[in-house]
Every structure is written in C-alpha cells, then in structure tokens.
Design a protein. Structure first.
Lengths: 580, 155
C-alpha cells in the first residue's frame, strides 16, 4: 500500500476525528503490519541496545528535530538529516509508522494515530520477545537512564536502577548518572549492580591523581562459544557540561589511545567480536571509528539521533559500524552478527520503534512501575495548566517547551533576557494536553536545578552564546559536547554555524534595540555548573507561572536567523526563523 | 597499586607542582629552573619568549607528541605530556600561547634521559599548547589546541 502525503494526512484527520488510535493491527493496514516486531535471528551473536531513555518509565511522546545541522564533513550525512531527507536516505515510506518514529513530519496528527512510544513495561515485552529467539543475547544500556523524570530525581535514581535490572540490562555506561554524585554511582555499582550481575564499564574514567581506572574498562562475555568484548565509553565531557564538583576526583576525556589499548587487549584475550558501548555522541563516534582500529561496532547515544542503519566507517585496518539509538525509550536497536571462522561474516541491524499500543505491557514491570510511582502520584498528577500549543524541545536552536521555560524565567524573575540549557531530553505534549507537574519535571528534573538572576554586560552575553555555539558547531567533532544551542529568551540574533568561535553570532537585539557591549542587562538562567549557587528550583518558578497562566497559547518561538548553511541543507526543514 | 609506584608517581606530581607554581607566579622561575633566562619566562609573547630562550625559528616536527585534553576539565590544572622522539633531546619547554606570559616550563634532560615530561599547567583561555624541543643544538616545535570553555549546557 502506498499513500502520498495528502492522502495520508486525510486518513490521519479522519482517524483522529473518529477517536481511532492504532491500538490494533488493522487501523492503518500496511503502515504497521502485524509482523512489525517479527525480527528473525540472523547469525549467532546478538546485541540489543537502548540509550538515553532519560528515566521515562511510562509511554510518552517525543518529537524528533527539524533542525540538526551537520558541520564541515558532517554536512548532509547521517545523523544530520531531518524529515524528508532522512526518509529518502533510508527508503522509509512517508506516512508509515517508521516515518512517524524517525521524523517530526506531521507529528501532532500522526501521534494521535500511532499513540505514545516507549515505556519500560512495553520495552520489556519487546526485549523478552527478541530474547526468546536469542537466548544468550546481551542487553546494552547506553546511559542517561537514571535522570530525566521526577521519580528518578525523588528516589535518588533508585527507580531506574531497579527498572534497568528488571529489564535485564547486562552492561551499561554512564553520563547523567554522574550527576547523582560519584559516591552514589559507586554505591549503585558496588551494591545493586554487583548483586544483579550488571557491569558498568567506562574505559575513559580514571582517577585525577594516578590515572587508575575507576570502573571496569570492558567486560568479556561468551555467546554460542564466541567471545565478545564490550568496552565502555562514558560521556567524555561530563565534568565540563555538568558540574565538576559532583565528580571531583575523576578525569574523563575521549582517550583514543587507551581505547586502542583495550581493543587490542580484548583481541589478544580471544575476543572475536569487539564492540564499544558509547556515550560520545554520534559525530565523536564517527571520528573515533576512523582513528581506532579493531572495533566491530559502536553502539552510540548522547546526541539522541534515531539512525535507522549503521554508518560504515573505514579505518586503517577495516570497517567499524556506528549506530545511534535515539532517546526516551522510543527505540530498541537489534544487532545480529554471523560469526564463523573466528570473524564476523555478516550483520543485520534494526532500530525498532517502541510503539506502546502495539506491545502489551509486561505485567511484572507494569506492577513495579505502579508501585514505585504510588507515593508520588498526587504530586505528579497536579494539573498546572493546559497547553493549546504544541510543546516540544528537540532542535539545534529552540523548542516551544524551552520558550515556555525562558518566558517563565523572564516573567517571574523580572529579567531582560533568559538562558535555558540546550538539553536534548524532555518529552513532547500535543495541543490540548494538560501540563502536569510530571511533564514539567520531564523538562527540568536535574540535581542542580537552581535558578539565577545575574547582571551581565552585552559583551558577556555574546561570549557565553559564542562559547556554547562552539560546543555545538566546532568543525572538529572532538571539540563538540553534544548538546544543542543555549535557548535564549528576549534576545534575537543571527547565527552562522560554519563560522569560528567569536564570529558566529551577530545582529543581537533586545526589545528591538541592538545589544550594547558595555551596557548591563538582567539575565535569568538555571542549571549552574558552579558549586554553591543557591536559588529557587526551576520547576517551582515555571509551576508558579503556569498556575497563573492556566492556558498556554500563542507562544512566540524565538529562533535565530541562520545564515551560511544554504537553503537546501538536509539538516534543516520547515524552519520559521529564516535560513540561507 | 603498590607502594613503589605511588612514590614514583608522587615524585612526578611534585614536578608538576613546581611548574604550576611557576605559571601562577608564586615562584620566581630562576629559583626553580636554571636552564633558560628569567627574561624568557617574563616575555609577554611567544616570539619574545622563543627569542629570549635563544630558540628563534624552531622547526616544525612530527616527532614531538603532545598529549593534552581537547577540552580542559579545569583550566587551572591542565595535564600535559610531551614526548620527543628526536635523538639527543636535551630540553623540553612548554608554552600556553595565550597566557599573559606564555612560557610555562622548561625542563633540562641530562645524561641521556628519555625525551618525556609530564606536568600540569594553568591556562586562562583556549589556546595552542606548544612544545619546544632542543636537540643537538637545534630547536623543534609542535602544538596542540586545548579549549577552555565556560561549561554547562551539555546533552
């Protein structure tokens, strides 16, 4: 069955109007066939991978970006393809279930038909179904599992630690996990994980003083008589992008040379398959794959890119497959290797969208989630406001959810301008949805939530914006930190991503007037990385604003004018801020 | 870790402390190191520092490896390792090009010592970290960028 976009939209409109949701196999015949989750095993070594679920235990909506620009050699290549460009690259049928999962296209209409995504009870059903055919497979957790929801914050990550164990995770690597503090991480690894047989691996976390490994660099597993090494790569810039004081004695970094050393050691000890479980971000993984030899596949995360097929990267001694498995529990990666004669003969990879309506909830996991949420239900379900607008976060420059945060900061704090970090997590709300405390916490639940109000000169504001912009658009991926651009309220600007630091931002205005380098402005913000900052938590500030507003309507999305990237750049589409 | 290794490493950390103290202006370079004149440490530009070291116009070399983070975790203590594969290496100096006084340290290697040093330096802003190697009366150089960033806003 093939539909063009217009036909698809008509069908969606009818479906939505009649209250029909895709909760059976027949709602949109051909779009999500009954065999959607039939993935026959290929070969004899299988790895399942999810990443960046950001503590979302229940099904949610998550809109993929319409701006994800590739810089330098990354231009127009995965993962820097949005919308139709992505569909074309991977031969995905417009209007299909996959098209909805992998792109932002027609999101609000399609979301009503296909329903929510993810949820650990549904993910558990899918994992178990795949494992039934792959009894000795490994389940890899790429990190950013313990942070991103109210309950993970309020239980000090315990809800997610137990959920991961119940899901059957074998190996994990960290990023936001570290924001619960080094002591808490070590406690979980030495107690909960040890008792459950879960390995946390990170070759690039060493002690500041002597350079000793803090965690195991890799683990060796055996599947069908084949030795498989899984090397861990934590987010290299954890102490820079997140508070340094939370992991004061540890040093991170990319550490190509030690990665090579561990790969070689694993091979020398008989590994026939060597994979890296990485929180580098996809651009960093692609570069690492070109420099380090002997890695068969990198299972990547951090940048939240849902990439349907691996990128094959050539290096001096062979080819490394690089994958990225999206975020928020929306996808499960399935890698099957056929290993014979001491080497990989072939592979098959699928990045399966987790449609909650197509996967019954696992009763055990469902009961666990209900139990862990019970003490918090009334707080979570507090209705703060209703949104008439479509609220999402993801995108290089701004999202409507972030606009709401900076609007609230400026209003409550009486600021001229506001900054909100370019986080890539945070769920999506459809027009008409209530904004509950739980959904607000999806955008804000971190261990350093303090809000601030500072006086800054125009020059300082520009310096900060240039600094963050370079972390996103430096032409060398090893200098990229994998977040999006800082969200800016009150200041309009033009950006040229292909420039260098200090030269990307121009035409800055506040209330229609040019930003004066020497003049001071009141700037609100949140999530300070420095120690000892006090201030009301961001969720309190925004909750105050929402309770007062009651209805969110007509948000004015402040997006910069983008220059120097070209009108037909495959990393941007349907952009309202102006692009050339 | 065994006690011997700890002691050896403590020695190395001690050397690093000297360099940091120099960079921070706590110690007069002439007190710490006798190799190059004080004027080289006080020079305000890379060119002047090189000139005062007697090392003007060093040759770019691929045999010098600088190991330092791409992005510093803490600009106040940036770990830097320099390995020189050039035969007869007798001195290794480190410069943080954009520091107010770029020359951070100069190590004299005697008695056929391996061309390797490891220390920690202080950097005020993103800059090239440059190694200057003296071998057989000639000077060689290589550089690597280390970024010092405001932080925050990641992932």
């Amino acid at each position: 069955m093939h539909m063009n976009r217009r036909e698809f939209l008509q069908l969606l409109a009818v479906a939505a109007a009649s209250g029909m949701a895709l909760d059976s196999k027949s709602a949109l015949a051909g779009n999500a066939p009954s065999n959607f989750y039939d993935v026959p095993r290929h070969g004899n070594v299988s790895l399942l991978h999810f990443t960046d679920c950001h503590a979302q235990l229940l099904p949610i909506w998550f809109r993929e970006p319409n701006v994800n620009l590739g810089i330098g050699s990354a231009l127009g290549k995965p993962p820097h393809l949005v919308g139709q460009y992505l569909l074309k690259q991977y031969g995905i049928k417009p209007g299909s279930a996959e098209a909805h999962a992998f792109t932002y296209l027609d999101f609000t209409e399609a979301a009503k038909v296909y329903g929510k995504v993810g949820g650990f009870a549904h993910l558990k059903t899918l994992v178990d179904k795949l494992r039934a055919q792959r009894p000795d497979s490994l389940l890899l957790d790429g990190g950013d599992t313990w942070q991103g929801s109210a309950t993970s914050l309020w239980t000090d990550a315990q809800d997610m630690v137990d959920a991961g164990i119940k899901l059957g995770v074998d190996v994990m690597t960290p990023h936001w996990e570290a924001t619960f503090g080094a002591e808490r991480m070590v406690e979980i690894v030495n107690k909960d994980f040890k008792n459950a047989g879960v390995d946390l691996v990170a070759q690039n976390i060493v002690t500041n003083d002597f350079g000793d490994q803090v965690f195991k660099p890799y683990v060796m597993k055996e599947m069908n008589g084949v030795k498989v090494a899984v090397i861990g790569q934590a987010f290299p810039y954890t102490p820079i992008a997140n508070p340094r004081y939370m992991v004061p004695d540890w040093s991170f970094g990319i550490r190509d040379d030690s990665m090579q050393k561990w790969v070689d050691e694993a091979r020398a000890k008989g590994a026939k398959v060597v994979v890296v479980l990485s929180h580098n971000g996809m651009d960093v993984d692609l570069k690492m794959a070109s420099r380090v030899t002997g890695i068969d596949a990198i299972f990547g995360g951090h940048t939240h890119d849902g990439v349907p097929q691996p990128v094959q990267v050539k290096n001096a001694k062979g080819i490394t497959l690089v994958t990225n498995a999206g975020s928020n529990g929306k996808f499960l990666g399935v890698m099957d290797f056929d290993v014979r004669g001491g080497k990989i003969q072939s592979y098959k990879y699928r990045l399966l969208p987790v449609f909650s309506n197509l996967l019954p909830a696992d009763p055990g996991m469902d009961a666990y989630i209900k139990k862990v949420r019970a003490p918090y239900e009334s707080k979570l379900s507090e209705k703060l406001a209703v949104t008439d607008d479509f609220l999402y976060r993801r995108g290089n420059f701004n999202g409507t959810w972030d606009q709401l945060l900076v609007d609230a900061l400026m209003a409550v704090k009486g600021a001229d301008a506001a900054f909100s970090p370019g986080f890539r997590w945070g769920t999506t709300l459809l027009p008409g949805d209530p904004i509950t405390m739980e959904r607000l916490m999806d955008q804000t639940a971190i261990t350093y939530p303090e809000t601030t109000l500072n006086t800054m000169t125009g020059e300082m504001i520009k310096t900060i914006m240039e600094d963050v912009c370079d972390n996103l658009f430096n032409a060398d991926p090893y200098y990229q930190q994998g977040g999006d651009m800082v969200r800016v309220g009150g200041i309009e600007y033009t950006v040229n991503p292909n420039q260098t630091i200090g030269k990307r931002i121009s035409n800055m205005t506040i209330k229609g007037k040019p930003v004066d380098a020497d003049k001071t402005y009141k700037v609100a913000g949140w999530a300070p990385v420095a120690e000892g900052v006090s201030g009301e938590p961001i969720w309190e500030v925004v909750a105050t604003y929402l309770r007062d507003k009651k209805v969110i309507k007509g948000l004015k999305l402040n997006e910069p004018r983008i220059i120097g990237v070209g009108k037909s750049n495959p990393g941007i589409a349907d952009y309202k801020g102006g692009v050339s | 870790m065994n006690a011997l290794r700890r002691n050896v490493l403590k020695g190395a950390a001690g050397a690093g402390t000297v360099a940091v103290a120099v960079a921070a202006g706590l110690l007069k370079p002439t007190q710490a190191l006798a190799g190059v004149p004080r004027s080289a440490f006080e020079a305000k530009s890379v060119g002047d520092a090189l000139k005062n070291m007697g090392a003007s116009g060093p040759i770019d070399s691929k045999d010098i490896t600088i190991k330092a983070p791409d992005i510093a975790e803490n600009g106040a203590v940036v770990p830097v390792e320099v390995t020189s594969g050039i035969a007869g290496t007798s001195a290794i100096a480190i410069m943080a090009e954009k520091n107010a006084t770029p020359l951070v340290a100069d190590f004299s290697l005697k008695g056929g010592a391996e061309g390797y040093i490891s220390t920690r330096i202080k950097m005020g802003q993103t800059s090239l970290v440059r190694a200057v190697v003296t071998a057989g009366g000639k000077t060689y150089t290589a550089a690597k960028e280390v970024k010092v960033t405001i932080g925050g806003c990641g992932g």
